[in-house]
Design a binder for this molecule. Structure first.
Ligand code: GSH
Length: 234
């Protein structure tokens, strides 16, 4: 049996944060199909292994732990595998960056597709996206991150904060390459960090597998098509 089971749609988006960490710690995991995800998410809370609204859901078989909410899953894996600083302030900064990343996901998809982008709403949003990039960049800069070296919270190796930055920005620009120049210009040190993490063999393998499984999808659905239309329009 695999170490973990992940319930997430066949897409990168929120699931890729969990996959990036599982790959980083060399854990084995299997993923359930769409029918199983719907069955789990639509079950009444009393019958769910963890009462939840939507995926990702991760099961740790050895520990008999089942969690939903991407930040909680990353917090669990980070503590279990020593990827979150022991210092409370640095640990809280990690939580803060994960929450920032989740905010970006909500904003980019207009709250999981509650509305679709229009040319006007997208153009009005772009400065905010740049500001999110600048927030990650400034966090890294304050901890010695440069385009060529370092980690976002000044640790000696990649932790949850770095993997989160990579799963957010690295995955976003890989799937929506029109955004790459914005990242490189606005957040060159974060772009460099993403490039270095992408070159780790386990992340290269994950990227190859994800490309095969999900094509060029990022968030999927009509909101994904709406986003792509905005970027193609320039
Ligand atoms: N805050 C949750 C958001 C979960 C969420 O919105 N999941 C999406 C996929 S990324 C979903 O399919 N939700 C279904 C639903 O809410 O009914 C998290 O961070 O995990």
């Amino acid at each position: 049996m695999a170490d973990y089971t992940l319930y997430y749609w066949p897409l990168p988006f929120r699931g890729q944060f969990v996959r990036a960490v599982l790959a980083h710690v060399h854990a084995s995991w299997d993923e359930r199909d769409i029918d199983a995800i719907f069955a789990l998410k639509d079950a009444v809370p009393a019958e769910q292994p963890v009462p939840h609204m939507g995926p990702p859901v991760l099961i740790d078989h050895a520990e008999d732990v089942c969690l939903s909410q991407m930040p909680a899953i990353l917090g669990y894996l980070g503590r279990k595998h020593g990827l979150i600083p022991v210092d409370p302030a640095a640990a809280a900064l990690t939580d803060k960056l994960v929450a920032d990343a989740n905010d970006v996901l909500y904003e980019m998809t207009l709250h999981n597709g509650a509305q679709m982008w229009t040319e006007q709403s997208w153009q009005a949003y772009v400065p905010r996206l740049e500001r999110w990039m600048a927030i990650f960049e400034e966090t890294g800069r304050r901890h010695g991150l440069t385009p060529a070296s370092g980690f976002i919270l000044g640790s000696g190796s990649a932790g949850i904060a770095d993997l989160t930055a990579y799963a957010l920005w690295g995955t976003m620009i890989a799937r929506l390459p029109a955004l790459e120049p914005m990242l490189v210009t606005t957040a060159p040190a974060v772009a460099g960090l993403c490039e270095r993490i992408a070159q780790l063999p386990e992340q290269e393998e994950l990227r190859r597998d994800s490309d095969t499984a999900y094509g060029n999808e990022w968030c999927g659905g009509q909101i994904g098509a709406s986003l792509r239309a905005m970027l193609e329009a320039g």
